[in-house]
Design a protein. Structure first.
Length: 256
C-alpha cells in the first residue's frame, strides 16, 4: 500500500511539473518580441535631368597639302641643289606578286643642268624627300647676313669638321650653307685653304650661288661673285680695327 501511495505522489508531482512547464512556455510564447516598424519613406525631390550641352567642336585644320610643282618650276632637292621641273610623268610599278595589281605612280621629272642629271621623284614622296620651292628673299637675306658673321670653327679633327660641313651642304638650307662658306673663306692676308677645304668651299659656293641666281634671275657666275664680295666686306673692317688697337697700345706705352 505504501509503495502505491508513493507512486501516486510521484505521478502527481510529475504532472504538476509538466503543467508548470507548459504554463511557462505559454507565457514565453505570449510575450512576442516587438518588431520595429519600417521607417516611412521620406519623399526626395528629384531634379529634372538637365538637357545635355552640345559642345561645338572646332573644325580641325586640314592636313597641309603637298606642294604641287608644274613644268618650268625651279625646285631645290637637298642633295643636288637647284633643279628645273621639266615634266610630270606617270609610270606603272609592276606587281610584287600575283595577288597584287600593278600601280600607277605620278613622278616629277627634274633636270639638274650642272650635274647633267635627270631625277624622277614620286609626287607622294616629294615632301618626305625634302623637295621644296626656292627660298624666300627674307631667308636669302639671312644667309647673306650669316656670310658676314663671325667665323666659328670647332676645335675638332678636320675629318669630323669636313663631315659636318658636308651635312650642312646636303641639308639644302641656304643659311647652313652660308655658315660653311663663312668658316672656310680665306682673305688675301690669311693662309691658303688646303685642297679638301677648297673642295668643300667650292661645293658650298656653287650650291648657294645656284639658288641665288634662280631667285634673282641672274647668271650663276655673277651670283657667285656677289657672294664672295659679301664674304670679303668685313675683312678690311677687321683689319682696320686691329690696326687701331695696336696704335692705341703703342700710344699707351709711350705715355707710360
Amino acid at each position: 500500500m505504501a509503495t502505491k501511495a508513493a507512486k501516486t505522489v510521484s505521478k502527481s508531482v510529475n504532472v504538476k511539473a509538466k503543467a508548470t512547464q507548459a504554463k511557462i512556455g505559454a507565457k514565453i510564447q505570449a510575450k512576442s518580441i516587438p518588431v520595429k516598424a519600417a521607417p516611412k519613406a521620406v519623399p526626395v525631390a528629384v531634379k529634372a535631368a538637365e538637357p545635355a550641352k552640345v559642345v561645338q567642336m572646332k573644325p580641325t585644320a586640314a592636313a597641309p597639302k603637298v606642294s604641287e610643282f608644274k613644268k618650268g618650276d625651279f625646285v631645290v632637292y637637298p642633295v643636288h641643289g637647284v633643279g628645273l621641273v621639266v615634266g610630270v610623268e606617270e609610270a606603272t610599278v609592276p606587281a610584287l606578286n600575283k595577288t597584287m595589281k600593278p600601280e600607277s605612280v605620278k613622278l616629277y621629272k627634274i633636270s639638274f643642268e650642272n650635274d647633267r642629271m635627270i631625277l624622277k621623284v614620286p609626287v607622294i614622296k616629294a615632301e618626305v624627300s625634302g623637295l621644296r620651292r626656292l627660298s624666300s628673299k627674307d631667308r636669302m637675306k639671312d644667309a647673306m647676313a650669316t656670310l658676314q658673321g663671325r667665323v666659328r670653327i670647332r676645335r675638332v679633327m678636320w675629318s669630323r669638321r669636313a663631315q659636318e660641313y658636308e651635312t650642312k651642304i646636303n641639308s639644302g638650307d641656304p643659311v647652313a650653307i652660308a655658315e660653311v662658306l663663312r668658316d672656310l673663306h680665306r682673305g688675301n692676308e690669311q693662309p691658303e685653304q688646303s685642297y679638301s677645304e677648297r673642295q668643300i668651299y667650292q661645293s658650298a659656293l656653287d650650291r648657294l650661288a645656284r639658288e641665288l641666281a634662280a631667285i634673282e634671275k641672274i647668271d650663276q657666275n655673277k651670283a657667285a661673285e656677289k657672294l664672295e664680295i659679301v664674304l670679303g666686306k668685313d675683312k678690311p673692317v677687321k683689319a682696320e680695327k686691329q690696326t687701331e688697337k695696336l696704335l692705341e697700345k703703342l700710344s699707351e706705352k709711350e705715355a707710360a
